[in-house]
Ligand binder design. Structure first.
Ligand code: SF4
Length: 272
């Protein structure tokens, strides 16, 4: 006997998946479950945004999590590494935890998002024919090539509607969803502690979210992996402070002189 269908909307809470959900509801498409994988690392505005969706639509957002916190996987989980790994060569000892994500090692996407979602969906699949709706915008077609987006039961309404990322943001703004201005400050809204963010986004984090920044600094001291190839969190802070000093004096923070002064500040602080 055929299993009954169930329609699951994957909601990251960003502009694209929010626009997809809102338009699906407006077009009276079936929505049975709105699924959000909570990394615990979203900006406060994003959690407020999810509450607002629930209030405005009268629908519940199903929030799922990995078994442990980010901090546990980041610094405590025991990882079996070959002794020849670059880490043990560098430090001479084995280190627990995955540390910061890197461009080629986004362990947190897998552990905190993909696995909990797959676990949830595979349980659902035992009883239902699950149709999953994913918020890929029409100008992100390259992501469609990924295996997970090619499954026959995976739908991409934004592509069908030819809605680009810009269209999605406008669509949400027109309906009163503005994330407290987060998209005015940041190009992408993802985990506040992500080392893969741009310098501009990290500058916003330092300036506008001092508590999150101090957690970032604390975490940076707990791991073996560099936050970025060019700066530790503490060095970034020194850079942003120096930028502030220079801007107050009306000086150019993109000049060669600025970078020379920064180099000197980082060197002298290191020697102290
Ligand atoms: S946004 Fe960054 S920190 Fe968050 S899951 Fe992705 S790679 Fe990890």
């Amino acid at each position: 006997m055929d299993k009954p269908q169930i329609h699951v909307v994957s909601l990251s809470g960003g502009k694209d998946s929010t626009a997809m959900l809102l338009r699906m509801l407006e077009e009276k498409m079936p929505v049975d479950i709105i699924l959000f994988c909570d990394t615990g690392l979203e900006f406060p505005e994003l959690y407020e945004h999810l509450d607002k969706i629930e209030r405005n639509t009268g629908l519940k957002v199903t929030r799922i999590k990995a078994p442990h916190s980010y901090e546990y996987y980041f610094s405590e989980v025991e990882i079996k590494r070959k002794r020849s790994t670059v880490f043990s060569e560098k430090y001479g000892v084995e280190h627990n935890g995955y540390g910061w994500a890197g461009p080629k090692m986004r362990w947190c996407t897998e552990v905190l998002k993909t696995r909990p979602r797959e676990r949830f969906l595979s349980e659902l699949r035992q009883k239902y024919d699950v149709i999953e709706y994913v918020g890929l915008a029409a100008d992100e077609q390259f992501r469609l090539e990924r295996k997970c987006n090619q499954r026959s039961n995976c739908r991409h309404p934004l592509v069908d509607w030819n809605m680009t990322e810009r269209d999605c943001l406008n669509y949400c703004l027109e309906r009163g969803y503005d994330w407290g201005g987060l998209y005015e400050k940041m190009r992408r809204v993802s985990c506040w502690c992500c080392p893969l963010q741009s310098l501009k986004e990290l500058r916003v984090l330092y300036k506008d979210y001092p508590q999150l920044w101090s957690t970032l600094k604390r975490w940076d001291k707990m791991t073996w992996r560099n936050f970025r190839a060019d700066y530790s969190v503490e060095d970034l802070e020194k850079r942003f402070d120096l930028e502030k000093e220079w801007l107050e004096l009306g000086k150019d923070i993109k000049s060669k002189e600025f970078y020379a002064a920064l180099k000197e500040r980082l060197r002298t602080d290191d020697e102290r």
